[in-house]
Structure formats: structure tokens, C-alpha cells
Design a protein around this ligand. Structure first.
Ligand SMILES: Cc1cc2nc3c(=O)[nH]c(=O)nc-3n(C[C@H](O)[C@H](O)[C@H](O)COP(=O)(O)OP(=O)(O)OC[C@H]3O[C@@H](n4cnc5c(N)ncnc54)[C@H](O)[C@@H]3O)c2cc1C
Length: 457
């Protein structure tokens, strides 16, 4: 039987970097992924395809609004199949890059669906053939899949999850999106930009649950102005297929749509345990692990979406990095106090640490500094002056949280993330020279404003 030092189930942003890190340390590593390719949800059905489609949507938006920059662009139009081709080309290129790295570093890739047989043995099924593999350690980087509660019809021709929405061949004339979280808003913006009449229904009182409440409130009219109908504090109570249309009941009212996208959450993909005699302890639907990512079975570990913490690609890669160090004998534990969250809509939204309301509860003397992009030279020059940065410090000048909406929010969040993760005080931070004119100056000024030392605030 083929034996390894390490077998990894799942080749997403948790599994594949772990494979490469351990192979570089000389371990004999095998990685199994189903369906037969690497990259996981992130590369094939998540982060990358959504961002490629959003880039096309934003480009189209720029063409439609080019007049304000001094251009005359007559009747811009688009070819959806070419937009899909571009997205697929980006995904294929990145996937090829991982496959090359596997070859270069000697990671053995097994296409197929894996089942955990014992604490050191798995079975891989591919195209009707079965093989058994053995390993000293097994890591479950099995990720997650869309959650479709039984109250919704499971017919995938009219009812999409993000998996189907990303690969659709047509823009539907109208689209109901159940869920006003990150996936609902990002995909909603893509389809609205290309002409669908999009209605987003969020049952919580705000869009982007988890985001600072005041910011979420402020963003509602911004997204509505960009063409999304958004209903908050309302529920999609029923969905039925009627005459090739979707009939939805929303807060007691019946409405018809061409398609419906269910973006209401994700659940851990536990298919590797189906038909297995091995039992792993679960907690709230996720695999329970200790600080060494060890499950209730000693030689079996789990990381990424499958375990506690936010379901985010960079969190999965962080888990992989910490686990690789632990495997090498380094005494290190994971810390999740600074996991940034990003929404790649236009405008972008990002946050790290505590919201203003959480901070006020935890630290009543917290200081809040705000800075508007409309007062930032680079934002104005780029024609992207809508947005705000909010920074919250504790009474000792340590960063509790930061919330950004506006241009490049997903890049700018790295500064407060560094401050929080490395415990850098606001006074030390403000002594760092920021290039001019940059959007990063807006973050610097929000910190100065929180300290009461701002020049423009
Ligand atoms: C539409 C969408 C957009 C997203 N956008 C972002 C974003 O912008 N930024 C961000 O940080 N996160 C984003 N995410 C979340 C991100 O994709 C996940 O958090 C991340 O992929 C989790 O990584 P992972 O390695 O834990 O698992 P995954 O990436 O899910 O990889 C797990 C892999 O394991 C395979 N697998 C599972 N069971 C088995 C088995 N039994 N045998 C063989 N293979 C198996 C799966 O098929 C999959 O390929 C998005 C998700 C979606 C759906």
C-alpha cells in the first residue's frame, strides 16, 4: 500500500499550502481532492471566480460612467459568454500554478473522493476505482458547501446556490437573492450591473451581519442607489416553481422572479465520514479540534472552514501555516484576534477586530476616530471619494477595531490588521511615514483623529 508521512483531504487554501510547506520540509505528502482538481472552493467556486466577475462588472460600470472622467463612450455593451471565458481563464491559470508547484515540490496528487477508514488509512474512489492509502498523519481540509435548508425546493434549474450562479450561461431578467451577506451582495452586484432586476432579502435587521451596525446602515442607500433592491429584517418564507418562474413569499407578499439564489450560509462538507467507522467529535456542525488542530482521534487533524472560526480563505491558509509549524515542533498556537473580513463590492467594505458597538461594551472609554475619503487627495483624484474609515482605540491607544468602506478597503485593512495582530500602539503607528498621495493616509488620519491629534479632522 502507498504510505505517506502526511495525507491531506482537500486542496483548497487550507490543504494545498500545508502540502507544499510540509513537502518543502522533506515530508512525503499526498493530497486528495474531489472533484478532480486543486484550489478548493476558493479557486473554483468562491473567492477567485466572484472577483473575476466583479472586475468585469466594475469595468462595465466605469464605461457607463466614463463621462465624469472626460470620456465620450457611446452605448457600452457586453458579451456574457466572453466574461465567463475570462473568469474561467483566470481560474485555470491559477489552478495550473498550484499543479506545477505540486510537481516541483514532490506532492502526490490523487483525484477522487476520500473516505476516512481508520486513524491512519483512507480510501480514494475515482471513476469507479478504489485505492487505499496509509499515513502517519491525516489532515482534513475538506472545506464547506452551500447550505440549502429542506424548506427550500432542491430543484437546481431555477434555484441557484453560488456554485450554479457563478457558472450561469445567461443573466436572468430578475433574480431573488435570499441572504444579504457577503456572497449575496457580491453576486447581487454582478447580476444587477449586467441588467438583472435584483432583490436581496436579509432576515437580520442589517445587511452584512457581523459588520459595525452604523456602517451597515450607512451602506444600505449606497447599494440601493447602485441598483439593488434590498429588504432587511424580512424573510423569504416560501419558494415554489410556477410556470418556469420562481414564486416567492416575502413578509406575506407573493412575488415572481426568473431565478432565486440561496446565499444563506455554508456547512462543513463531511462526505469523508460517510460510510466510515471512525467517529470524530463535532461542535455546532464543525469538526472539534484542540489548539494543535487535533481532532478527537490523535493522528487526524482538521483546518480551515471545517473547524471553528470564520469561513474565509486567509483563515484557512493561516491555520495551515500554524499547523505546519506545529508539525515541525514549534510551540505556537493560533490566534484569531485579527482576522480581516472583506466585501469586494464597489464600494468595497472591510473590517477587523471589534465593531463600535462591541468596543463600547467591552471598553467604555474607547476612542473613535473617523476620516472621510472625500477629504483624501488620492480618493478625490481617482473619482472614488465616497466612503469612510472608522478606527477604535482603547484608552492605552491599542487598536480594538477598524471599519473601512470605500476605495481599496480590502487592501487598506492590512494596516489595522497589523496593528492589532502585533499589538502596535497608535502612537508608534502614527510615527510611520505614509506616502503621499495615497489612500493609506486616510487610515493614518483616522488613527490621529482617534488620538485627538488629527490635522484635518
Ligand atoms: C461565492 C464565494 C465567495 C467567496 N469569497 C471569498 C473571499 O473573497 N475571501 C475569502 O477569504 N473567502 C471567500 N470565500 C470562502 C472561501 O472560499 C473558503 O473560506 C475557503 O475556500 C475555505 O478553504 P478550505 O481549504 O478550508 O476549504 P475549501 O476551499 O472548501 O476546499 C476543500 C476541498 O476539499 C474537497 N473535499 C471535501 N471533501 C472531500 C473528500 N471526501 N474527498 C476529497 N476531497 C474532498 C472539496 O471538494 C474542496 O475542493 C468565498 C466562498 C464562496 C462560496
Amino acid at each position: 500500500m502507498n504510505t505517506f508521512d502526511l495525507l491531506i483531504l482537500g486542496g483548497g487554501p487550507g490543504g494545498y499550502p500545508l502540502a507544499l510547506r510540509m513537502a518543502k520540509h522533506g515530508w512525503k505528502v499526498g493530497l486528495v481532492d474531489y472533484p478532480a482538481s486543486v484550489g478548493g472552493t476558493c479557486l473554483n467556486w468562491g473567492c477567485i471566480p466572484t472577483k473575476a466577475l466583479l472586475a468585469s462588472a466594475q469595468m462595465y460600470h466605469c464605461l457607463k460612467t466614463a463621462d465624469s472622467y472626460g470620456f465620450g463612450v457611446n452605448s457600452p455593451n457586453f458579451d456574457w459568454s466572453r466574461i465567463q471565458d475570462r473568469k474561467n481563464a483566470v481560474v485555470t491559470r491559477l489552478r495550473g500554478g498550484i499543479e506545477q508547484l505540486f510537481k516541483k515540490n514532490g506532492v502526490t496528487f490523487f483525484p477522487g473522493r476520500a473516505t476516512l477508514l481508520t486513524d491512519t488509512e483512507i480510501q480514494v474512489e475515482f471513476e469507479g476505482k478504489f485505492q487505499k492509502l496509509q499515513s502517519k498523519k491525516i489532515v482534513l481540509a475538506i472545506g464547506s458547501e452551500p447550505s440549502v435548508p429542506a424548506i427550500f425546493p432542491q430543484d437546481r434549474s431555477l434555484f441557484w446556490t453560488s456554485d450554479e450562479a457563478l457558472h450561469t450561461k445567461e443573466i436572468p431578467p430578475s433574480l431573488l437573492i435570499a441572504g444579504g451577506g457577503v456572497i449575496g451582495l457580491e453576486l447581487g452586484q454582478v447580476f444587477a450591473e449586467f441588467g438583472a432586476k435584483v432583490t436581496v432579502v436579509e432576515m437580520m435587521p442589517q445587511i452584512l451581519p457581523g459588520l459595525d451596525t452604523a456602517t451597515a446602515k450607512r451602506l444600505l442607500p449606497v447599494f440601493r442607489k447602485l441598483g439593488l433592491e434590498i429588504l432587511v429584517g424580512q424573510k423569504v418564507e416560501d419558494l415554489q416553481e410556477t410556470d418556469s418562474q420562481v414564486s416567492a413569499s416575502i413578509a406575506g407578499e407573493k412575488r415572481m422572479f426568473a431565478k432565486a439564489l440561496l446565499a444563506i450560509g455554508r456547512k462543513v462538507n463531511l462526505s469523508c465520514l460517510h460510510g466510515s467507522d471512525l467517529e470524530l467529535n463535532l461542535e455546532n456542525g464543525k469538526i472539534k479540534v484542540n489548539e494543535n488542530f487535533q481532532t478527537s482521534v490523535n493522528s487526524v487533524f482538521a483546518i480551515g472552514d471545517a473547524v471553528v472560526g470564520p469561513m474565509l480563505a486567509h483563515k484557512a491558509s493561516y491555520d495551515a501555516m500554524i499547523l505546519s509549524q506545529q508539525f515541525m515542533g514549534v510551540n505556537v498556537k493560533p490566534s484569531y484576534k485579527a482576522v480581516p473580513s472583506c466585501v469586494f463590492t464597489y464600494p468595497e467594505v472591510s473590517w477587523v477586530g471589534l465593531s463600535e458597538q462591541e468596543a463600547k461594551e467591552f471598553a467604555p472609554n474607547a476612542k473613535v476616530g473617523k476620516f472621510m475619503f472625500s477629504a483624501n487627495g488620492k480618493a478625490l483624484a481617482s473619482g472614488e471619494s465616497e466612503g469612510q474609515i472608522k478606527t477604535i482605540l482603547d484608552e492605552n491607544g491599542k487598536l480594538l477595531g477598524s471599519i473601512i468602506w470605500g476605495p481599496e478597503a480590502s487592501n487598506l485593512i492590512t494596516e489595522p490588521t497589523l496593528m492589532r495582530q502585533l499589538d502596535i500602539s497608535a502612537h508608534d503607528f502614527t510615527s510611520v511615514i505614509h506616502a503621499h498621495p495615497t489612500l493609506a493616509e486616510a487610515f493614518l488620519e483616522s488613527v490621529e483623529n482617534a488620538l485627538g491629534e488629527g490635522v484635518h479632522g
